[in-house]
Design a protein around this ligand. Structure first.
Ligand code: HEC
Ligand code: HEC
Length: 313
């Protein structure tokens, strides 16, 4: 008997567990669902919901002046960030560096780098002082924000009073340094059946400066001009076009699939290059201008299209 129990113990446990599950599932749709916890109060939610958006949405009522900010900064921030925001020791600088972003050693600070003043309010309120986050009042945060902007010469009047009402007037020097990257996302579609033998897969896309392409360049140098341009076409293709045209992503005609290309090739090189350059929307989908890589030259595009056509005849 004992041995029997031992042998089947795990089976019994499973049966009991299953019974327990069936019993509890009878309550599954009752209010409260798992019967745990309680609904958060509005106050509790407000305690978490402290983000400030770039347009200032989320800023509380309140205000603070540059000179008030100076007093608080000297008392609570200067030990680490320096009297003028220059940064003590290895603590981060909060001011300076404007105009250095294109240099070899850019100095990224609130003033030189951040695109929105709202981030400053949010950051100070959320995370500073480092050792006592969220200990500052809303008015103190307005004052400190005004003072850090003053240290960066974004506000130049010592008597300036920052509040929710005039927040939107603050323009950060680097506001145009951030823009939407509208190049297409690179998405890999997982192969689920009839997949290639993994040992035969070669890397077909390359990232400039990361994927080693030396071997391509070297072979190209050893061969004739015509081959050079094929290599160039292949390089451009792999870098900027393969992400769609290798797999058919977004409806792109797959390179190497003659059926998908025969009518397109019949249109002639000129039109194909025109479509690749300026973008093209047809029945299959949307081909973005230059494959979403505006830095490609006309020669690059011609070479890439020639390469694609040569592979798809
Ligand atoms: C004990 C040292 C210390 C004190 C005091 C302190 N900070 Fe900081 N601060 C830091 C550190 C460390 C960081 C960087 C944190 C990180 O990157 O995670 C930082 C980051 C910041 C940043 C973002 C800088 C950037 O470019 O990313 C701001 C703004 C800032 N602090 C403001 C303040 C203000 C205002 C006060 C006073 C209320 C304050 N800090 C007090 C240590 C401190
Ligand atoms: C985001 C995906 C995507 C990328 C990246 C992409 N293409 Fe396309 N391409 C498409 C789609 C989709 C079509 C089909 C449009 C249609 O016919 O509806 C297409 C069609 C084409 C055509 C045929 C046009 C025609 O007139 O039939 C050429 C040529 C072409 N692409 C070249 C390129 C080149 C060169 C690159 C790289 C520089 C590139 N594509 C990058 C999606 C892409």
């Amino acid at each position: 008997m004992y041995n029997w129990v031992k042998k089947y113990f795990h089976v019994l446990v499973l049966i009991f567990a299953a019974q327990g599950f069936i019993a509890s599932s009878a309550f599954a749709k009752e209010p409260g669902y798992y019967g745990l916890g309680r609904i958060a109060t509005e106050e509790e939610i407000a305690g978490w919901d402290i983000d400030i958006r770039p347009d200032g949405q989320g800023l509380p009522v309140g205000s603070g002046s540059v000179s008030q900010g100076e007093g608080i900064f000297d008392a609570k921030c200067a030990v680490c960030h320096g009297d003028f925001g220059e940064g003590e020791g290895r603590w981060p600088a909060l001011a300076g560096g404007i105009g250095t972003l294109t240099e070899d050693r850019p100095e990224k600070t609130v003033g030189s780098y951040w695109p929105y003043a709202s981030t400053l309010w949010d950051y100070i309120h959320r995370a500073m002082p480092f050792t006592a986050p969220q200990s500052l009042t809303d008015n103190e945060t307005y004052a400190l924000t005004a003072y850090v902007l003053y240290l960066n010469e974004i506000i130049d009047d010592e008597d300036f009073v920052l509040s929710r009402d005039n927040f939107a007037e603050i323009e950060m020097p680097n506001k145009d340094g951030f823009f939407i990257d509208n190049r297409p996302d690179v998405i890999n579609i997982a192969c689920m059946e009839n997949c290639k033998d993994p040992s035969k897969i070669k890397v077909t896309s390359a990232i400039k400066g990361i994927t080693p392409l030396k071997h391509l360049e070297q072979t190209a140098a050893e061969t004739e001009n015509k081959v050079d341009s094929t290599k160039r076409g292949m390089g451009v293709y792999e870098q900027s076009c393969a992400m769609c045209h290798d797999s058919g992503l977004a409806g792109a005609p797959i390179v190497g699939d003659n059926k998908l290309w025969v009518d397109r090739i019949a249109q002639g090189m000129e039109l194909l290059v025109e479509h690749a350059t300026n973008g093209f929307t047809g029945d299959a989908g949307m081909m973005p201008a230059k494959g979403g890589n505006p830095s490609l030259s006309e020669e690059d595009l011609v070479a890439a299209v020639e390469y694609m056509v040569s592979q798809s005849r």
